[in-house]
Design a protein around this ligand. Structure first.
Ligand SMILES: [Zn+2]
Length: 269
């Protein structure tokens, strides 16, 4: 994350007061939480670098105020500045102040870190556009997030500090169910659940297979005879052509959604 604009220059020293709000405090050390932090920086420093020096990735930040005025990540700190840092997807409304991104995501797309396969599967089950493979390095994850404008979901702060990554989210829990709750709560996605609309293999959209014709013939070729004997409704992935029917996935999906909705009244984040 070395940035030429922030190369230290010992001749310039500036003293600023920084304060982090809401859940950004979860990322700070105990003595830094919920209070003014007086700090000194040497050389020209961007506010992005200053924020990340506290271990807070810029992707977690949606609004920065310098002396009460909204600024971007490239703002150069000045002596005496008071910097207020607000989290991404903030819950409260901040009227009349420019956010760093145009608007919250309405139809989010995700790319999921290699260690979070079960979270990826849950998000696909719930119908979200989710890209996951278990063999990707950090650079590739960052590239996909930037090029395809996907939200990068990870437990690795350093990954979110990559400059290319504009949208990302740290998962605090290491339990897939709780991680799923975190995503739904923080991105306000409860109204966007579209269960059983995505392929669990590739994430492609599922479409109904017509009750007769060549599409049904194609689908039936990959359906076991026992299933064919009782099942008359199928869905097929529009990308990889995998075929789905009302089997065990439905039960799993049903209990996942039921449990998530129960836990919604007691959100973790
Ligand atoms: Zn598929």
């Amino acid at each position: 994350m070395t940035n030429p604009a922030s190369t230290p220059d010992a001749s310039i020293k500036c003293r600023v007061v920084m304060r982090f709000y809401e859940e950004l405090n979860d990322l700070l050390r105990r003595e830094q939480k919920k209070q003014d932090i007086v700090c000194e920086f040497f050389g020209k420093r961007t506010v992005k670098d200053a924020i990340e020096s506290f271990g807070v990735p810029h992707t977690e930040v949606d609004l920065i105020l310098a002396n009460g005025r909204s600024v971007g990540f490239d703002y150069i700190l000045k002596d005496g500045d008071r910097i207020s840092v607000y989290p991404a997807f903030e819950r409260f409304f901040i009227g009349g102040v420019a956010m760093l991104r145009e608007k919250p995501l309405r139809d989010p797309r995700f790319v999921v870190d290699v260690h979070l396969g079960k979270l990826a599967r849950n998000l696909k089950l719930l119908g979200f556009d989710t890209d996951y493979q278990n063999l990707r390095d950090d650079r590739e994850l960052a590239r996909i997030a930037a090029e395809e404008k996907r939200v990068l979901l990870t437990r690795d702060r350093r990954l979110l500090m990559r400059r290319a990554v504009d949208r990302g989210m740290i998962l605090h829990s290491n339990v897939p169910f709780d991680q799923t709750l975190e995503v739904l709560n923080r991105l306000y996605l409860w109204d966007g659940l579209r269960p059983f609309s995505r392929c669990l293999a590739c994430g492609g959209r599922l479409v109904d297979v017509p009750a007769e014709g060549s599409a049904l013939d194609e689908a039936l070729r990959s359906v076991p005879p026992l299933v064919r004997s009782w099942c008359k409704e199928y869905r097929m992935c529009s990308q990889c052509r995998k075929v789905y029917w009302k089997g065990s996935h439905y039960d799993k999906l049903g209990s996942l959604i039921e449990n998530l909705l129960k836990a919604r009244s007691n959100p973790l984040t």
